[in-house]
Design a protein around this ligand. Structure first.
Ligand code: ADP
Ligand code: MG
Length: 261
């Protein structure tokens, strides 16, 4: 997991943000859920997104991966406007964005072994068994699980282990952007701490570019460089995580921080 020359090269190439969102609006029927969200994420950085339940965090995640269709604004990924693409092109581009949801069952097929799942993530046409074996071993070591895991099925694991496997599957795709949506919210506090430690190690060692979404401000603080505060679909404020937490500019953020036990 050492940084390669490739990664340094990529960083030089990526002075432009990996993700840039301009005035994004998403509505369901007559209800506006995102009311003009603008933000950006640079290569190798993590943007935390916080806000109470119902503030539109998952709606934002789903808009970026193309599940929710924006009613206004722009999503620019890797320098390209997703809204201007044909569906087939957009699907191939958004494959480079991996969404890890709260419930890992939605990204892990219960009928496939962990090894099969990782193999499919690296190589959807399943053409090269030797490459698969190496990749499976590699990604299992990255998430600190033993090799024998490859032969087992998702239901054989605890919630925390399943979330590790979902992370491995997302990483195996080789994404340019990872969106983690409440990935620790269903876990016990001690397991949550382990997963956060893993994510924090991975984001620095692999230079991940990430959107890390959680209603839990402590969790976001631990793994984010900058933070965006969402309330009823509006951005209250955003900035470097340390300065926003130390000196929130908006009363809503202050209230959220005061509510943390
Ligand atoms: P969060 O992830 O911050 O908890 P969501 O983005 O899931 O919030 O939801 C924001 C609001 O949008 C909620 O009021 C929710 O009911 C509504 N919403 C989300 N998805 C849909 C949908 N597919 N159809 C209608 N309303 C939706
Ligand atoms: Mg949500």
């Amino acid at each position: 997991m050492t940084k390669s020359a490739d990664v340094d090269q990529q960083r030089d190439d990526h002075r432009a943000p990996v993700l840039e969102i301009n005035d994004l609006e998403v509505s369901f029927g007559s209800t506006r859920v995102l009311k003009g969200v603008s933000t950006q994420v640079s290569f190798g950085k993590t943007l935390g997104v916080v806000g109470e339940s119902g503030s539109g965090k998952s709606t934002l995640a789903k808009a970026i991966v193309g599940i929710n269709k924006p009613s206004g604004g722009q999503i620019v990924f890797d320098g390209r406007d997703l809204g201007a693409m044909r569906p087939r092109e957009r699907r191939s581009v958004t494959r480079q964005i991996q969404l890890i949801p709260q419930d890992p069952y939605s990204s892990l097929d219960p009928r496939r072994t962990i090894g099969q799942t990782i193999a499919e993530a690296i190589d959807p046409v399943r053409s090269d068994p030797k490459r698969h074996r190496e990749a499976i071993a590699h990604w299992l070591s990255v998430i600190l699980l033993d090799d024998d895991v490859a032969l087992r099925y998702p239901h054989e694991f605890s919630g925390g282990q399943r979330q590790r496997i979902a992370i491995a599957r997302a990483l195996a795709v080789g994404p340019k952007l990872i969106i983690a949506d409440e990935v620790t919210s269903a876990l016990d506090v001690s397991v949550q701490a382990e997963i956060l430690k893993l994510i924090d190690a991975l984001r620095t060692e692999l230079d991940l570019t990430m959107l890390f979404i959680s209603h839990n401000l402590d969790v976001v603080y631990q793994v984010s460089d900058s933070v965006l505060v969402l309330n009823h679909g509006d951005v209250m404020e955003q900035g470097a995580v340390r300065s926003v937490y130390a000196e929130p500019a908006h009363p809503y953020t202050r209230a959220l921080l005061d509510a943390v036990p």
